[in-house]
Design a protein around this ligand. Structure first.
Ligand code: NAI
Length: 340
């Protein structure tokens, strides 16, 4: 049985897929990596993407040649790891996804990646600010809580920062929360949406189960579910035994976020994702970036939603989150000031 709403959505989506302007260039920086390759493949399957630009310090043209044989209409180009290659990859991009950088090994926190990834993201952000200043930038490289402020500082220093166009990709936390709650409740994850706010690492990931379809989840079941959503990435790091972190589920999540932005850019209304953006919600506590529900529009961020009602347990999670988050953000901001 279809509900009236799902029929409406289907009809609406079909209407959009026919009428949508389809000339969107999407660039992936770090396209030959564990995330970059499946992400690029999923973007090749997206009818809203007309040009796919794949850049990496190694292997970009090879991945592009491979993906370009998939029989969808978009053109795919790989670029050499030179300043000219990077410029050409970025020129005219509507969306730039950045999964460049090293992933975690067992025992590492996302913050342990800071030393390597901060400079990678800073340098790619400089190139994006120079060659695609109006693009929507989706930062995947960890630690997202710091790499997003780094990107903001770089864009600001070049006079092209538009907070509506900078996103930390936390979609994997939403995807995991939906899947994990469906496993607890034996339901279809397609019908489970869980708002996840805060940041993208450990205790900064705050799922709001009280706002889900199952506000009744409590006690030890709740504690375990919240812990699994916060530390789900560790399950993958452990299972991969040193070979990296989540790549396939992350590619799926990144492709979903890019698609949401493309849909919003092409006129679809009420496109909402949780994402880590410059946010007024905790600015009075010195926290410039925060993930919450965001309505997306043609220019990127259209409306940042209030957190809404939370229970005492969730308020406790938020308090812990804010402490870590403020340090992570400050670390990113300081890095660019000290290492411009
Ligand atoms: P990977 O090592 O498999 O791939 C990274 C790619 O980046 C490599 O192909 C490498 O050559 C490339 N690269 C490095 N420096 C570059 C530069 N300056 N310019 C262009 N390309 C460059 O790593 P993986 O597994 O793809 O992870 C990438 C990042 O994504 C990591 O920082 C990881 O922690 C993060 N991640 C983020 C998640 C999220 O939810 N936001 C989830 C999972 C991972």
């Amino acid at each position: 049985m279809f509900s009236a709403r799902s029929i409406f959505n289907t009809v609406q989506r079909r209407a959009f897929s026919v009428s949508a302007q389809q000339n969107s260039k999407v660039t992936v920086l770090g396209a030959a990596g564990g995330i970059g390759q499946p992400l690029s493949l999923l973007l090749k399957l997206n009818k809203r993407v007309s040009d796919l630009a794949l850049y990496d310090i190694r292997g970009g043209p090879g991945v592009a040649a491979d993906i370009s044989h998939v029989n969808t209409k978009s053109s795919v180009n790989g670029y050499d790891p030179t300043p000219e290659g990077l410029k050409a990859a970025l020129d005219g991009a509507e969306i730039v996804l950045i999964p460049a950088g090293v992933p975690r090994k067992p025992g590492m926190s996302r913050d342990d990646l800071f030393n390597t990834n901060a400079s990678i993201v800073r340098d790619l952000a400089k190139a994006a600010a120079d060659h695609a200043p109006k693009a929507k930038i989706l930062v995947i490289s960890n630690p997202v809580n710091s790499t997003v402020p780094i990107t903001a500082e770089v864009f600001r220093s070049k006079g092209v920062y538009d907070p509506r166009k900078l996103f930390g990709v936390t979609t994997l936390d939403i995807v995991r929360a939906s899947r994990f709650i469906s496993e607890v409740k034996k339901t279809d994850p397609a019908n489970e949406e869980v708002t996840v706010i805060g940041g993208h690492s450990g205790h900064t990931i705050v799922p709001l189960l009280s706002q889900s379809n199952h506000p009744d989840i409590s006690g030890e079941v709740r504690n375990q579910l919240v812990n699994r959503i916060q530390f789900g990435g560790d399950e993958v790091v452990k299972a991969k035994q040193g070979a990296g972190s989540a790549t396939l589920s992350m590619a799926y999540a990144g492709a979903r976020m890019a698609d949401s932005l493309l849909r919003a850019a092409q006129g679809e209304k009420n496109v909402v994702e949780c994402t880590f953006v410059e946010s007024p919600l905790f600015k009075d506590q010195g926290i410039d970036f925060f993930s919450s529900k965001v309505t997306l529009g043609p220019e990127g961020v259209e409306k940042i939603h209030e957190i809404g009602p939370v229970n005492e347990y969730e308020q406790g999670l938020i308090d812990v989150c804010l402490q870590d988050l403020s340090k992570n953000i400050a670390k990113g901001q300081a890095f660019v000031k000290e290492n411009p």
